[in-house]
Design a binder for this molecule. Sequence first.
Ligand SMILES: O=C(O)CCC(=O)C(=O)O
Ligand SMILES: [Fe+2]
Length: 263
Amino acid sequence: MWPSLKIVFSGAKQSIKEWRFDKENALPISESTEQEIVQEIKKNGFYVLEKYWDAKKCDQAAEQILHLKKSEKQRFKVDDQMSDFRFFGIQDYGHIFQDFFSDPYLKKIGESYLGYKINNYFTLANHTVCKENNLGSGGGWHRDSGFTRQFKALMYLTDMTQKNGAFECCERSHGWYNSIKYLALTKKDNHFRFTDQNIQSSDLNIKKLVAPKGSVILVDTQCIHRGSPILEGERMALTNYYVGQHRRTEFHSYFKDIDQSKR
Ligand SMILES: O=C(O)CCC(=O)C(=O)O
Ligand SMILES: [Fe+2]
């Protein structure tokens, strides 16, 4: 069933506002590889930067996450299946995490893609393990943002195969036109989320981003995406969230249940 016209209109209004802002504030795109990456994200919605960190650095970060799972157990949010363990704001818990959080190159690509200045907001570390009926990281197919762009950088800290929860993205599903086009596939009670069945039966082209540890996925999470359900093994990853400097902070809800004393 099509959602109400009210949703379509308010989405279109938001998109026009963003388009106007972009026109007034566009930054010049510089170097050529950067430009290629940005063009790919514009076209397909994502780009995989292979082996951005070496394996040793990834193993160190993974080890520290496992350690924090014991020493800072209360800071981890866990899903109902006990499969996805999430630590929001890990950048304050070690140099290695701070290093990813404040990486200037990733941020620069984000700014070139979005066309405006962004702030690093926080880094999420997550550990996903194989449990019965697990939905994968992020809880199934969804968009992070309905009608505006949302840039994220996700680094795999484990080697990713077809089976251990790689990021999946519906190619070219971002942009206001596609947001409206695929609104009919969303769940009745949540216009950001999709059933598996609706995605499978659509014309969307699903890409599973299998890559070695250290690879970074640069993605506009306005695309329809999910971490694929884990069939075997485990996955560890870091994800950087950014927010436009012209926007008020939009992610308060991520922190609302968390002890803020260490931030
Ligand atoms: O970690 C992933 O693979 C995706 C997670 C996600 O989509 C989210 O947290 O919004
Ligand atoms: Fe997401």
